[in-house]
Design a protein around this ligand. Structure first.
Ligand code: PLP
Length: 389
């Protein structure tokens, strides 16, 4: 054997290039916001998950700085050892209060919250039913759990019911997992129907509110509130790193669930606690979400304005079905997506081309922010029109 055992890595990269799937980072050298400096060029930002514009908010920045002054930069250990601060508990109580659940627990990221929760709740003798368009963290959490995984067609309640009828009784526990707002499409899971099915077939239901927290529902509590399902028993996961402008993840649910996770979720027990700055910033963000509904109203007004302009100016432009501030325009292939992304960028618009393997089909993905001004939205539509996408 004289083969270089690492040679395959270069070959694999070459294949990635050939398929137009290659990715690399882009540098933003400014505060996050509706406009940013992207490698030195001022662009209008439609690529961010900072829906409410909180990542550069004065109140979040001040809270983070104060927390650093008081508690330092690192939390120095896991929550069960030296990492726990009163700030973590305050944040967890604020999340539980927004979600109207008995309790909540914060993880160091949304990804870790999903992985830790799924692996704690489900094992080899169990079944997971997973929407085919679920986020990577749900899919990998499912794989890591060792359970049997069945993917059901996107939001297809009839197909899910059929799978449950065929399979449910063969397994001990069953967990249904789904994004609530689908991150790369912008549509919503059929939550009331999922809750009914979960009850009928004695399944747990876990929804990922990453793109819904702070955005959906009258008080920004997420899709559970949007669908008027507050108070029904389920497992709600979310992130502090999108509309809440910080970093970290959470799980909200019953006392029993949260207490169990603190004892059994490996990605909570064996990782360093959220930093004081991230914790304080997220706490400040939750207060803003609760106290300033006008931020959410402005976000939805911006979404409506973009949809109206598209209807008037680009009647033939296809948009994937959406009920969130995420709007996607389907494109025929990865090469077209890359060209479109480049064209937008040259015209001063930052909107990413999302390609496989992140999604099954290529698309342009636009996310709206509270802090977009009318002229930003008008410019986007003018550029799209010039491209005749
Ligand atoms: C972003 C995202 C996550 C991961 O959250 P992080 O806090 O960024 O790790 C999980 N699920 C969905 C649906 C997401 O969009």
């Amino acid at each position: 054997m004289n083969n270089n055992p690492y040679a395959w890595i270069q070959e694999s990269l070459t294949t990635i290039h050939r398929a137009d799937w290659y990715r690399s980072v882009q540098t933003i050298n400014s505060l996050p916001g509706a406009t940013v400096l992207l490698s030195g060029q001022k662009v209008i930002n439609f690529a961010s998950n900072d829906y409410l514009g909180l990542a550069a908010d004065e109140s979040l920045k001040t809270s983070a700085i104060q927390a650093i002054q008081q508690f330092g930069t690192g939390s120095t250990g896991s929550r069960l050892l030296s990492g726990h601060r009163e700030l973590h508990r305050e944040l967890e109580q604020a999340i539980a209060s927004t979600k109207q659940t008995e309790d909540a627990v914060v993880f160091s990221s949304g990804y870790l919250a999903n992985i830790g929760t799924i692996t704690a709740l489900i094992g080899k003798r169990d079944l997971i039913l997973s929407d085919q368009y679920n986020h990577s963290s749900l899919k990998n959490g499912a794989v890591l759990s060792g359970a049997t995984i069945i993917e059901y067609p996107h939001c297809d309640i009839a197909a899910l019911t059929a799978k449950l009828q065929q399979q449910r009784q063969k397994y001990r526990r069953c967990l249904i997992i789904t994004d609530s707002v689908f991150s790369m499409d912008g549509d919503l899971c059929p939550l009331p129907e999922l809750l009914d099915l979960a009850e009928e077939f004695s399944c747990m239901l876990l929804i990922d509110e990453a793109h819904a927290t702070g955005v959906m529902g009258k008080t920004g509590a997420g899709c559970v509130e949007h669908f008027d399902c507050t108070g029904r028993e389920l497992i709600q996961i979310g992130t502090l790193s999108k509309a809440l402008g910080s970093l970290g993840g959470y799980v909200a649910g019953s006392h029993t669930l949260i207490d169990f996770l603190r004892n059994r979720a490996p990605s909570w027990i064996y990782t360093t606690a959220l930093s004081p700055a991230d914790t304080a910033a997220a706490l400040a963000a939750i207060k803003i979400v609760q106290q300033e509904p006008e931020r959410r109203q402005q976000l939805w007004a911006n979404v409506d304005y973009l949809k109206q302009l598209i209807k008037e100016n680009l009647p033939n432009l296809k948009i994937l079905p959406t009920e969130s501030p995420i709007l996607c325009f389907p494109l025929p292939d990865a090469a077209t997506a890359l060209t479109a992304g480049k064209h937008l960028r040259e015209a001063g618009i930052f909107a990413p081309a999302i390609r496989p393997p992140t999604v099954p089909t290529s698309r342009m993905r636009i996310t709206m922010m509270t802090t977009h001004e009318k002229r930003h939205i008008e410019k986007l539509v003018a550029v799209l029109k010039s491209m005749q996408v």
